[in-house]
Design a protein around this ligand. Structure first.
Ligand code: ADP
Ligand code: ADP
Ligand code: MG
Length: 648
C-alpha cells in the first residue's frame, strides 16, 4: 500500500515532529488545524493545511468525520495520528482503512484490545507476561470488588479499564475507603472515557515505571528497542523520562524485553507500541498496559538507538520489513527528557494561558528540542498544556543530566508560567542524581514554595525599564535629573516596591530600600540585558507584554513586573482630569501653590520626598489650582490625590 501525501491528525510538538521526518523522506504533508491554531507552527511547517473546525477538540482534533473529510479535501492518502486525540481510537483506524487510506499505526484489532486494560490482561495472560495480582472481571458490583480486594490485600489500585492519562485511578488503603473510591472512579471514568468499567490491582509500593518500546512489521517480526524509565510522575502522569533505566541490569532488560515482545505478539502487533511495567524494589516486574501508538517520550529511545521511530512507522505502514533484527539493535549512551508545561508549579500546577511574548530554546551538543511553540503564540485553554520537550543525550548519564540542567537554564518562556524551575529542581535532586527515583518521588520531595521575586530580579527589572524607556525617548522623570534618574514602583505581592535608578560614573546606581547596587549595562537589546555587577558579567532575558508588563528571566527566576508608578502618571484619565496623585509613597516636603493660583505647564506644584530623594511634581497644563488636599509633612500613599488643577 504505497502512499505519498500524509495527513497528520494532530497538533503541537508531535505534529511538528512527524512532519519533519515525513518531509525529510520526501513525503508531502498536510496539517490540520482548529481556529485556535490557525497560525501554529505545525500549520506553517506542513505543505498544506486544512481547517477542521472550532477550537473545541470534539469539533476539531477529536472529530473523526472532520478528520477524514480533511484527508479527502487535501487528497492525502495516509494518516498519522500522533499521540492522544484519535491515535488509540480503533474505530477511526478502521474508518481510515475503509476510506482507502493508509493508517500509519498498529492494526485496529490490537488497538481495541489494548485500549481496555482488562481485555489487555486477558490477551497477554497466556504469553508468559507477569501481571499485577488483581481482579479484572465482568462482575462490577461493589460486593465483588470488596471481596476481591480482601483477597489481593491492601493497598489496592482502582483503575478505569478504558483509562489513560492517569485518570480514573484511585489508591485505596483500607476496605472502608473502597466503596467511595469505586463510586468516584466510576463517575470520572464515565465522563472521561464513556465507560465506567473498573478493575482492581494490588498497589505496588514505590515502584518504578519501566516501559519497553516495541516495534513490529506486517511480516510478523517484532522486536524491542530497550526500555524507558518514566518513574518521575505527577498524578500518574510522566514528567521526566530516561533511557536506559538506571535500575536495569542487562539480564533484567533481556527478561523484560522478551515479555514486552510476547505481549505485542499476543495481539498480532505491528508499528510502534509501548508495553508498560511496574518494577518493585525486589526486582519483580508486572505488566500494567500497552499503549498502541507513538509515545510522548519516544525521543529518548531514538537518542540511545540512533533510530528515527517515525521513519520506522512510515516504512512499516508501507509494508516493508523492520530494518533491524533484535540482535542488531544496540543501545549506547544515555538520554533524558523533560516535559515543559505551561503551568504554575507553585500554584498547584494550574495551567497557565496567555501569549508567549518571547521563547528561546537551548542549543548545544546532545541537546534536542521537540516543540510546537513560537514567540507571539497564544497558549489557549483548549489543549494539553505541554508546550515543548527538552531531551539531552550523553555518553554517560551524568553528561546527559548536566546537559539537561544547562538546557533548562537556557530555556526561556516569557508570557506564561511554566514548570521550568520545577523541572530544574527535579533533575538536580540528589535522589534523581543517584538514579533512585520511584513513582513516589514528586510526592516525597516537592513542596511548592511561594516564590516572590528576589531583590536582584526587581533591580534588573528597573534597569531594563530605565534602559528601554531611555532608548525610546519617553523617560519619565520626576525632579530635576532629566534623563539621568527615574523611579519605578512594582507591586510585589501587594507591597509597593520603590526602586530608584540613577546614572553614576561607573554605570547605573540602583536603590531599593536600604540596598544599593552599581550595575554596568553592556547592552540592552533584542530581549537581552547584558550587565555587570561586581565585575561579574551576566545576562537576563526580557520581553514586554501587550499591556506593557515586563517579563524577565534571570538565572532560575522568571517573573513579570508592572510599573504602577508610570501607570498612574501616564494615565490619560489622571492627567486629563488634572487630579495630581502621588506617584509613589512619600512625604510632602513643600507645597508651592495655593487654591486660586494660576499655574503654567511645568511649574512646580509640590515636592515629594521619597527614598530620601526629592521629586518635584509639576503642573500638567496651564490652569487654575482648584484644590489642595495635602499638608506639609503629610505621608502619601501611591495614587492618593494631592492637588486638583483645572484648565479654566
Ligand atoms: P504517554 O504515556 O505517552 O505519556 P499519556 O497517556 O500521558 O501518554 O498521553 C499522551 C498525551 O496525549 C498527553 O499529553 C495527554 O494529555 C494527551 N491525550 C491523551 N488522550 C487524549 C485525548 N483523548 N484528547 C486529547 N489529548 C489526549
Ligand atoms: P494510564 O493508562 O493512565 O497510563 P497506567 O495503568 O499505565 O494508566 O498507570 C499509570 C501510572 O499509575 C503508573 O505509571 C504508576 O505510576 C501508577 N500505577 C498504576 N498501576 C499501579 C499499581 N498497581 N500500583 C502502583 N502504582 C500504579
Ligand atoms: Mg500508562
Amino acid at each position: 500500500m504505497s502512499f505519498y501525501k500524509i495527513l497528520i491528525a494532530n497538533r503541537g510538538e508531535i505534529a511538528c515532529r512527524i512532519i519533519r521526518t515525513a518531509q525529510g523522506l520526501g513525503y508531502a504533508t498536510v496539517a490540520v488545524f482548529s481556529d485556535a491554531d490557525a497560525d501554529a507552527p505545525h500549520v506553517q511547517m506542513a505543505d498544506q493545511a486544512v481547517r477542521i473546525g472550532p477550537a473545541e477538540v470534539g469539533e476539531s482534533y477529536l472529530n473523526a468525520e472532520r478528520m477524514l473529510d480533511a484527508a479527502r479535501r487535501s487528497a492525502a492518502d495516509a494518516i498519522h495520528p500522533g499521540y492522544g486525540f484519535l491515535s488509540e481510537n480503533a474505530n477511526f483506524a478502521k474508518q481510515v482503512a475503509e476510506a482507502g487510506l493508509t493508517w500509519i499505526g498498529p492494526p485496529p484489532a490490537a488497538i481495541e484490545i489494548m485500549g481496555n486494560k482488562s481485555a489487555a490482561k486477558q490477551a497477554v495472560a497466556d504469553s508468559n507476561v507477569p501481571l499485577v495480582p488483581g481482579y479484572a472481571g465482568a462482575d462490577q458490583t461493589d460486593a465483588i470488588f470488596v471481596a476481591e480486594a480482601d483477597k489481593i490485600g491492601y493497598p489496592v489500585m482502582v483503575k478505569a479499564s478504558a483509562g489513560g492519562g492517569g485518570r480514573g485511578m484511585r489508591l485505596v488503603h483500607s476496605a472502608d475507603a473502597l466503596p467511595n473510591a469505586l463510586a468516584s472512579a466510576r463517575s470520572e471514568a464515565l465522563k472521561a472515557f464513556g465507560s465506567d468499567e473498573l478493575l482492581l490491582e494490588k498497589a505496588i509500593v514505590n515502584p518504578r515505571h519501566i516501559e519497553f518500546q516495541v516495534f513490529g512489521d506486517q511480516h510478523g517480526n517484532i522486536i524491542h528497542l530497550g526500555e524507558r524509565d518514566c518513574s518521575i510522575q505527577r498524578r500518574h502522569q510522566k514528567v521526566v523520562e530516561e533511557a536506559p533505566s538506571p535500575a536495569l541490569s542487562a539480564e533484567l532488560r533481556a527478561k523484560m524485553g522478551a515479555a514486552a515482545v510476547a505481549a505485542a505478539q499476543a495481539v498480532g502487533y505491528y508499528s510502534a507500541g509501548t508495553v508498560e511495567f511496574l518494577l518493585n524494589e525486589a526486582g519483580d516486574f508486572y505488566f500494567i498496559e500497552m499503549n498502541t501508538r507513538l509515545q510522548v517520550e519516544h525521543p529518548v529511545t531514538e537518542l540511545i538507538t540512533g533510530l528515527d521511530l517515525v521513519e520506522w512507522m512510515l516504512l512499516v505502514a508501507d509494508g516493508q520489513a523492520l530494518p533491524l533484527t533484535q540482535e542488531m539493535v544496540s543501545l549506547s549512551g544515555h538520554a533524558i527528557e523533560v516535559r515543559l508545561y505551561a503551568e504554575s508549579a507553585e500554584n498547584n500546577f494550574l495551567p497557565s494561558t496567555g501569549t508567549v511574548w518571547h521563547y528561546q530554546t537551548p542549543a548545544g551538543d546532545g541537546v534536542r528540542v521537540d516543540d510546537g511553540l513560537r514567540s507571539g503564540m497564544a497558549i489557549t485553554p483548549f489543549y494539553d498544556a505541554m508546550v515543548a520537550k527538552l531531551i539531552t543525550y550523553g555518553p554517560t548519564r551524568a553528561v546527559a543530566q548536566r546537559r539537561l540542567r544547562r538546557a533548562l537554564q537556557q530555556t526561556v518562556v516569557l508570557g506564561v508560567d511554566t514548570n521550568r524551575r520545577f523541572l530544574l529542581d527535579t533533575v538536580t535532586h540528589p535522589i534523581f542524581t543517584a538514579g533512585e527515583a520511584t513513582t513516589a518521588f514528586i510526592e516525597q520531595t516537592w513542596r511548592p514554595k511561594p516564590a516572590p521575586p528576589s531583590t536582584m530580579l526587581e533591580l534588573l527589572a528597573a534597569v531594563i525599564l530605565y534602559q528601554t524607556s531611555a532608548q525610546s525617548g519617553s523617560q519619565a522623570s520626576f525632579g530635576n535629573w532629566g534623563r539621568q534618574a527615574a523611579t519605578y514602583c512594582f507591586d510585589v505581592e501587594k507591597r509597593a516596591r520603590l526602586i530608584y535608578v540613577e546614572s553614576g560614573s561607573q554605570g547605573l546606581c540602583v536603590t531599593l530600600g536600604e540596598q544599593t547596587i552599581d550595575i554596568r549595562v553592556l547592552s540592552c537589546a533584542d530581549n537581552r540585558l547584558v550587565y555587570e555587577v561586581d565585575s561579574l558579567r551576566d545576562v537576563a532575558t526580557f520581553a514586554f507584554g501587550a499591556d506593557g508588563e515586563l517579563w524577565l528571566q534571570a538565572g532560575l527566576e522568571t517573573a513579570s513586573f508592572e510599573d504602577v508608578l508610570l501607570a498612574v502618571v501616564d494615565s490619560a484619565d489622571v492627567m486629563g482630569s488634572g487630579r495630581i496623585v502621588a506617584p509613589m509613597p512619600g512625604a510632602v516636603l513643600r507645597i508651592d501653590v495655593a487654591i486660586g493660583d494660576r499655574v503654567q505647564k511645568g511649574q512646580s506644584l509640590l515636592v515629594l520626598e521619597a527614598m530620601k530623594m526629592e521629586h518635584t511634581i509639576s503642573a500638567p497644563f496651564d490652569g487654575l489650582i482648584e484644590q489642595v488636599l495635602i499638608q506639609q509633612g503629610q505621608q502619601m500613599k501611591p495614587r492618593e490625590v494631592m492637588i486638583v488643577v483645572s484648565d479654566r
